[in-house]
Structures are given as C-alpha cells and as structure tokens.
Design a protein around this ligand. Structure first.
Ligand SMILES: [Zn+2]
Ligand SMILES: [Zn+2]
Length: 131
C-alpha cells in the first residue's frame, strides 16, 4: 500500500499499486494550484479511505478543461482524485509513502517561470506531450 493524505489528514487515500508514471507540469494553473508534480494512477488502484465528503472541486472557467480537487478544510491540492476516468492525475505532493515512480517528463516547459530551473534529465516538452 502507498498512502497519501492532505495536510490536515481529513482526507486519506491509498494505492494498491505504484502509479503509472510521474511527470511535472510547468503551466501556470498547476503551479498556482501547488500541484505541478503529478502521478497518473489507475482508478482501480485508488481507494479514498477517509474524508471523501471533505473533497471540493474547482470547475474551471471556459477555455480550460481540467477539474481540480482539493481538501475543503486545508486546501491541499489533490489533483483529479474524484475523477470517474479509468486513470487520472493526482498530486505527488500528497503522498506520505514513497510513490516509487520518479519524474519522467516535464510538460508545458514553454510556460515555466525563469526562477525555476529544471535540474533533472527527464524529457522536456514545450507543451502537452501528446502534441
Ligand atoms: Zn485537509
Ligand atoms: Zn499544468
């Protein structure tokens, strides 16, 4: 089991398998949400063990498509932890245990602020890797 939680511990979850991949998004929206480092998890592997009712959803204004979940008590970014998709990103920041995977790519590097230097050798994509 790989366990994670928000800062205030009202929300807790566990993964039965390691995430599929870890990546870093440098877009301003992930940065402002405090959720730049993401892991993609399979829905079947994730169980929210505590506080599902405490999780809030930020629905983006038009032009943006990703919902963002966060703890309504402490504000910790949880990625898309309430997603109904078969796999989805959650914030690497909220793991208590080692998620085992390591950063494999950087996306939206074109939006990276100058004060942040990439210090690993992971692949870099100027925008989304699918482009
Ligand atoms: Zn919390
Ligand atoms: Zn992003």
């Amino acid at each position: 089991m790989i366990r994670g939680s928000c800062s205030c511990k009202k929300v807790e979850f566990e993964l039965s398998n390691k995430p599929m991949i870890m990546g870093t998004c440098h877009c301003s929206r992930c940065r402002k949400a405090g959720s730049s480092i993401l892991v993609i998890v399979k829905s079947d592997d994730l169980k929210i063990t505590k506080g599902k009712e405490t999780i809030s959803t930020y629905r983006p204004e038009s032009g943006f498509k990703y919902l963002r979940n966060f703890c309504s008590n402490c504000g910790t970014s949880l990625g898309e932890i309430l997603s109904k998709d078969s796999s989805f990103p959650i914030s690497a920041n909220c793991f208590d245990d080692d998620p085992i995977v390591r950063n494999e790519f950087h996306e939206f590097v074109s939006a990276k602020p100058d004060w942040y230097d990439i210090c690993d050798t992971a692949k870099q994509f100027l925008e989304h890797p699918a482009k």
